[in-house]
Design a protein around this ligand. Sequence first.
Ligand code: PHB
Length: 368
Amino acid sequence: MIVGNMALKHRIVFPPLTRNRNDDDHVPLPLMVKYYADRASTPGTLVISEATSVSHLEEGQDNIPGFVSESQVAAWKNIIDAVHAKGSFYFQQIWGMGRASFPKFIAKKGLKYRSSSAVAMEGVDATPEEMTEEEILDVIQSFVDTARRVIAVGGDGVEIHAAHGYLLDQFVSDAVNKRTDKWGGSTENRSRLLLEVVKAVVDAIGAERVALRLSPFAAFQGAEKSDIVEQYLYIIKELKKMDVPFAYLSLVEPAGDPGTIVHNGKTVNQDKTLDFILEAWNNRSPVIVAGGYCPNTAAWALEDHYRKWNALVAFGRHFLANPDLVFRIQHGLELNKYNRPTFYLAKNEVGYNDYSFSKEHMAAHPNV
Ligand code: PHB
């Protein structure tokens, strides 16, 4: 199936997963090359990177990556080349972190702890400062510059992260964004930064290299919306007005809220579905859905619930635990179990490259 400029060979996607295996300067460690290449081992797979900061100002947590300095870009190039060498495809997920940065970590670096508004995140003992207009324009430029760097070293495209309470979502959410200027105060204004970023990146690298991730229902990091339907139908309407061939839209189902499934947070909106967005989007591009899938439920989703749409399914936890997940699903093989306590073990091999390929894969591809 065609997604953007890519001819994918199946509908299983390796989605963005924060794994904290970058060094203290936010440079990918060499062990990440094998990790990504292994998950690209079935040719024609779409591999999406973990969320990557668009500027040093947004490198707000330990051991998450950036795509800015020469050493960061060079390290990512090795990863991109390794994925391509497997005959697979590569998108870089790019973000700002805003108030999801760790305040003490940011303070140690002398950076400003900032967000759309001066609204503290629940459970965090610090209040961000409201960003100035100059800082907002600078963020848009950072997304553009980073997207250009990704393409310059061979990436197939970028996925703009506007989900899960990170910086762009902090502008979309009326629980976080209390601004009264043109960047807040109404559905239109709260959507402005996200849409400006998308437009600017499309202009810079071409729409077929641009994707967008949204999590309409997630409560993770407090980015709730009081009128989800109105907010997202507006965003979809404006994206459609751009009349460009986006690579894909990535949508997180209620069951995929990382607040619930990774961080044991509150469970919200579980009775809701993405249907209203999919109807409005009406197959303008393929969509990737994520929501704690296993092989059986994914088959049902593609063949039944999402059959009207050009859908692909993301597997986060199962793909991190099964480098040959695609092969295993195609051959009906059992899956390795994931080990949650090692998901975020900073800079550590444990729980990272120690998940095995199936013996069937090893027999069929002895050199992988
Ligand atoms: C996380 O670190 O838990 C995390 C990061 C990015 C997301 C979701 C969750 O989009």
